[in-house]
Design a protein around this ligand. Structure first.
Ligand code: N01
Length: 540
């Protein structure tokens, strides 16, 4: 037991100054920072070890689509210099190794309790603390409660009739077993063609006797052109550490992506096509024209270019036609791929359009659509996540007067936060990559670092000023939520069904609770609030 010693007002004995949930990128950095600042801290993690989503998403082909040199902690030059990434886009085993390296270097595991789920956290107004309930029936108390659970950790297995009766094996990409799954000689079905499906499909196709892909919405495909990093590039990125950190923090997306800085229509058609061809050859995300996500006609120019690539690559015209997306380009999270379209030229791969012929049932031996039954030995759900709020709603989080976070945000569908970092009626609860933060549209590691650093400065301020509690004010929160919604409503993103808009989960309220003003602007706003001694928050 630790006695919270900050400030004369604090007489309560809490188990910890801070409790964190999760030991992924966010939880690990938060734990390190709180400890460095002298706060007694405990992290709880459901998995057996560190890694967060990179612990659970160990499906074949799992790879990050943000470049390794920035999908990494930048807060510590020593950590940066002592680790060497091997490829442009790091795969899951390498990211997990990296997080293990960090956990070792910073000696984090001694303050993480693994194999422990938190099912509830309740704010106690009398004691001004949080009581956090563990799955072993015990509970702990802390002044600060920090669910560092990310936005993409609550897996979504659609409620198909009959799944319980399926006699084969089935897996979700986001909760993949540690033991290798053997696809050799098997009839495999994959449902879902988002980032996860697009990565797992080419790998499974090479092993399985037959692969059936159940696609509801085709995606625009961008080639990753992943490659090994050469020693000179590695030497240079290490030498450029400070500039890279600076560039990330001055960017719109928290990475080194370049933007075109002009409208689609400021250049000629030839110039536009040349820029798109160059981007296609280079691989990675296409540098954004300023109006591509706000103007339908501008958007269509890029969409048309990407559709033409599908016809170029896929031999069978009928299959190519099924793979053609019609929604606004980029308004579902963009997908980088390696050999995805080429996979449909294989004889052992079949593409089924389940928008046309929806899945009716999982039978004991496979999947039945309204048109046909497909016999399968293994079924893979690449069906994504109950994103953004899902991981928080899995817990019973209650603030003042017993008000539940789920009720606050779900009734009327109104998610509301201040800066994506806090929400009124939930004192001393801090979010990392929370709803209404730039996460989801930004390199998440960059958002994590900025959120953690803001939180640390905040709790240090509270300690220095002998304050026990910080809480977002309702007016500030309403203002932030409105600005988030206003920015989103000017874009084409809100017109498409995606996990960003909540449309992937039946019955989930629609919206786009992510800040689209750009990472740099977000950092400036957060800094201003900090400089004005937490304007928009009540401190007491
Ligand atoms: O999930 P998704 P994901 N019947 O929601 C389909 C990050 N990530 O796991 O589009 C039939 O994108 C659904 O169809 P539709 C990244 O941010 C990153 O792939 O809703 N199909 C869709 O095709 C990413 O965006 C990396 O019509 C159903 C698919 O399942 C996010 O995680 C790798 C269905 C789900 O796609 C989520 O990606 C992996 C149903 N009932 C993930 N329900 C990298 O860094 C859903 N679908 C590369």
């Amino acid at each position: 037991m630790n006695v919270a010693q900050q400030g004369s007002k604090t007489s309560l004995v809490n188990d910890f100054d801070a409790v964190i949930i999760g030991a992924g990128f966010a939880g690990m950095y938060m734990l390190h920072s709180l400890r460095e600042a002298g706060f007694s801290t405990k992290a709880f993690e459901a998995a057996e070890d560190v890694g967060g989503v990179w612990y659970f998403n160990r499906y074949p082909g799992a790879r990050c689509d943000i470049e390794s040199i920035v999908y990494t902690y930048l807060f510590s030059e020593k950590l940066y210099q002592d680790w060497t990434w091997t490829s442009r886009y790091p795969d899951q085993p390498e990211i997990l190794s990296y997080l293990n390296y960090v956990a070792d270097k910073l000696n984090l595991r001694k303050d993480i309790q693994f194999k422990t789920r938190i099912h509830a956290a309740h704010y106690d107004e009398a004691n001004e603390n949080w009581r956090i309930y563990l799955n072993d029936g015990t509970s702990v108390t802390a002044k600060y409660f920090i669910p560092a659970v990310g936005g993409l950790s609550a897996t979504n297995v659609p409620n198909f009739k009959g799944l319980n009766h399926f006699k084969g094996e089935w897996y979700h990409t986001g909760n993949w077993p540690k033991d290798e799954v053997d696809f050799n000689g098997k009839r495999v079905g994959v449902i879902g063609t988002g980032s996860s499906g697009v990565q797992v499909i080419p790998i499974v196709a090479k092993e399985a006797e037959h692969l059936t892909v159940f696609q509801r919405t085709p995606q625009y495909m961008l080639p990753a052109r992943n490659h090994q990093l050469d020693p000179e590039f590695i030497r240079q990125t290490k030498a450029d550490y400070k500039e890279i950190k600076q560039q990330v923090r001055n960017s719109a997306t928290g990475d080194l992506r370049k933007s075109m800085n002009c409208s689609v229509f400021d250049v000629t058609k030839e110039e536009r096509l040349q820029a798109l061809e160059e981007a296609w050859e280079k691989g990675g995300f296409i540098p954004g024209f300023t109006d591509v996500f706000t103007d339908e006609k501008a958007n269509e120019t890029v969409a048309e270019f990407l559709r033409s690539k599908i016809s170029d690559i896929v031999h069978d015209p009928e299959t190519a036609e099924k793979l053609m997306p019609t929604y606004y380009y980029g308004t579902k999270r963009q997908v980088l791929n390696t050999d995805y379209l080429e996979t449909f030229n294989r004889d052992n791969v079949t593409l089924i359009d389940v928008k046309k012929a929806p899945i009716e049932e999982i039978t004991t031996t496979g999947v039945r659509t309204t048109q046909k039954e497909y016999e399968l030995d293994i079924l893979v759900f690449a069906t994504g996540f109950d994103a953004i709020t899902g991981p928080l709603f899995k817990m019973d989080i209650r603030g003042r007067n017993g008000i539940s976070l789920k009720e606050k945000w779900k009734n009327g569908g109104q998610i509301s936060t201040y800066l994506g970092l806090a929400t009124s009626n939930f004192p001393n609860l801090f979010l990392i990559t929370g709803p209404e933060s730039p996460a989801g549209f930004t390199n998440n590691v960059a958002v994590i670092e900025s959120n953690v650093e803001w939180i640390i400065e905040c709790v240090k301020y509270l300690r220095e000023h002998d304050l026990n509690t910080i809480e977002a004010e309702k007016e500030a929160e309403a203002g932030w939520s409105k600005s988030v919604a206003d920015l989103a409503n000017k874009t084409l993103f809100v017109k498409t069904e995606s996990w960003w808009t909540g449309a992937n989960i039946p019955g989930k309220p629609r919206g786009l609770p992510l800040y689209l003003g750009g990472f740099k602007k977000y950092l400036e706003i957060c800094k201003e609030v900090e400089d004005k001694e937490y304007e928009g928050f009540s401190l007491f």
